[in-house]
Write a protein that binds this ligand. Structure first.
Ligand code: 13P
Length: 339
């Protein structure tokens, strides 16, 4: 195995003050994002938008890696440079989303299981040849009265570990993402209980399938009340509950935990990460792998217009800078007022 290279890449992704940009929206998801600003989703508009993000000068001071969607991995920047090379030339590590999405789970169709294992070994070889050095696979766990079932947790954990083992065989660092959704009406206590069950199952499967913990990253949800829950927890409470849950379940051999934002507001996602780092030192690096919380203001500022590209890049840089500060526990709300 490529042990040392995997360890080095995993650690480089969580180097001090940096985190990951998740720009790996599938064709369906990026269409929703572009629809929201009145831009038609075509291969060209998707390229233009990703080009805007990846050429924002200065982002490399806060962004260690970018997760790409397959289409983007094989696209070029405006100047003809393949996107993975453009990023690598800035010292940013290119990554690739390799799952094929969450599909209804046979036998429990209200729940989901992530597909994409068939042919994954061959796809990983192609992605590595195109420059990808890390990967992502997202399992989706919904909270409802009688969900998640143990069955759903088990099959998603099993698939995450299968994916992770295949990645490491290919010399690619797996980001293991079991996402407990934040959309429901559940309490923060219920989120903690479910996240605990999920992480317990995921690390049991990773162990059974001989995944090297030192050469992977975990991408979890934070422990938070569902969006529909009238009782929202404060920043300190979210930070404490998330840390308590992670400390019980995530071995210290894992070099880093990079959170998803999951629909939290941009500033709250930053404040939560900052609060956890201020409660440190922790057994692992704590950083971000945000999609919406890094991109939402940039997308809105762009609006599909060339004349807004510079403003959109500034909006993205601001989120990158503030989250970089949060990864060090050095963020303050004043930073939101800065130009
Ligand atoms: P959000 O930060 O928007 O949740 O996206 C992160 C991600 O990659 C989800 O898979």
């Amino acid at each position: 195995m490529h042990e040392q290279a995997l360890i080095d890449t995993a650690n480089a992704l969580v180097v001090d003050g940096k985190g990951i940009l998740a720009a790996d929206e599938s064709t369906g998801t990026i269409k929703k994002r572009l629809d929201s600003i009145g831009v038609e989703s075509t291969e060209k508009t998707r390229q233009t938008y990703r080009n805007l993000l990846f050429t924002a000068d200065g982002a490399q001071d806060f962004i260690s890696g970018v997760i790409l969607f397959e289409e983007t991995l094989f696209q070029q920047a405006d100047d003809g440079t393949p996107f993975p090379k453009l990023l690598a030339d800035q010292g940013v590590i290119p990554g690739i989303k390799v799952d094929k999405g969450a599909k209804p789970l046979a036998g429990s169709p209200e729940e989901k299981v992530t597909e994409g294992l068939d042919g994954l070994r061959e796809r990983l070889a192609e992605y590595a040849a195109a420059g990808a050095r890390f990967a992502k696979w997202r399992g989706v766990i919904d909270i409802a009265d009688d969900q998640p079932t143990d069955y759903c947790i088990h099959v998603n954990a099993h698939a995450l570990a299968r994916y992770a083992a295949l990645c490491q065989e290919a010399g690619i660092v797996p980001i293991v993402e079991p996402e407990v959704l934040m959309d429901g009406a559940n309490s923060i206590e219920r989120c903690e209980e479910v996240t605990d069950r999920v992480l317990d199952a995921v690390f049991a499967e990773l162990k059974k399938q001989n995944v090297m913990l030192e050469g992977m990253l975990l991408k979890p949800n934070m422990v938070i009340a569902g969006k529909q829950c009238p009782q929202q927890a404060g920043v300190e409470q979210v930070a404490q509950a998330t840390l308590r849950c992670l400390k019980r379940r995530v071995p210290s051999a894992v070099p880093g935990i990079v959170f998803l934002s999951g629909g939290q507001s941009d500033e709250l996602a930053t404040a939560h990460l900052d609060a956890m780092n201020r409660m440190g030192p922790q057994p692992w690096k704590l950083s971000f792998s945000y999609g919406r919380a890094l991109q939402a203001p940039a997308l809105a500022a762009w609006g599909g217009k060339d004349e807004n590209i510079a403003a959109a890049q500034q909006a993205y840089l601001k989120r990158a800078r503030n989250n970089g500060a949060a990864a060090r526990g050095e963020y303050s709300a004043d930073m939101e007022q800065a130009a």
